[in-house]
Design a protein around this ligand. Structure first.
Ligand code: ADP
Ligand code: MG
Length: 207
């Protein structure tokens, strides 16, 4: 169970890790895109971090919506609107709630994926962030249904997201900038699938 304080701590840790992984994410994007994914994400999460003092007294829904709006307005590129929408959709689900359990998280991830698909019109297997998001959601759901606790379920989600990142190396990009490369995108992992995995790892580590 995560209360508001925990949710803010997770957002803070994500912001720090995105900053730490900025060059790595940007190098990945350099190979199959335009080399800005890490820089874009770090710029956005730096502003999100500055927003943290204003989270006081707010519910999880309001906080996630604020994060989403900031991401849309500061990250830019494709990832900004996509991740921003994901956070806003997750927030809409958590309106008025001061605590989130694993079932809420499943709902948030589901809503977030829905938001990404609404905006980006991609499906699984197109070498995007969805290739780590969707397998992670499926693995978390499956683990919960099999009786795992939240921590074990999130760990299973991280493993599935990591496998998803590996899988992106084996497929050709058909959405986003990497799709311009066609077959030359083979052999390289997707930056967005990688950044999602970083975020999910932080959530799992703090659960
Ligand atoms: P840009 O491609 O505009 O430079 P970024 O470099 O910030 O944006 O983000 C690239 C990432 O965005 C890709 O690695 C991919 O995961 C994700 N992405 C791009 N297009 C889509 C889409 N239509 N649906 C889902 N994810 C996408
Ligand atoms: Mg890019």
């Amino acid at each position: 169970m995560a209360d508001v304080k925990k949710v803010i701590a997770i957002i803070d840790r994500i912001a720090d890790d995105i900053e730490d992984q900025k060059m790595f994410l940007t190098e990945l994007d350099n190979v199959i895109g335009d080399g800005d994914h890490g820089i874009n994400m770090a710029r956005g999460f730096k502003v999100v971090k500055e927003l943290e003092p204003t989270f006081e007294g707010k519910d999880i829904g309001a906080i996630l919506k604020m994060v989403g709006m900031k991401i849309v307005s500061t990250v830019g590129g494709s990832a900004g609107p996509l991740y921003g929408t994901a956070f806003m959709k997750a927030g809409a689900l958590m309106n008025g709630k001061m605590e989130a359990d694993i079932h809420d998280f499943i709902g948030m991830l589901e809503a977030g994926i829905g938001g990404v698909q609404l905006r980006g019109k991609a499906v699984k297997g197109e070498k995007t962030m969805l290739d780590s998001m969707i397998p992670a959601l499926d693995a978390i759901k499956e683990a919960v249904e099999a009786g795992s606790d939240a921590k074990a379920a999130l760990d299973a989600g991280v493993k599935a997201a990591e496998d998803g990142v590996e899988y992106t190396k084996t497929i050709i990009a058909t959405k986003g900038r990497a799709s311009y490369l066609g077959e030359r995108s083979l052999g390289h992992q997707d930056p967005g699938a990688t950044s999602f995995t970083i975020m999910l790892k932080d959530i799992a580590a703090m659960a």
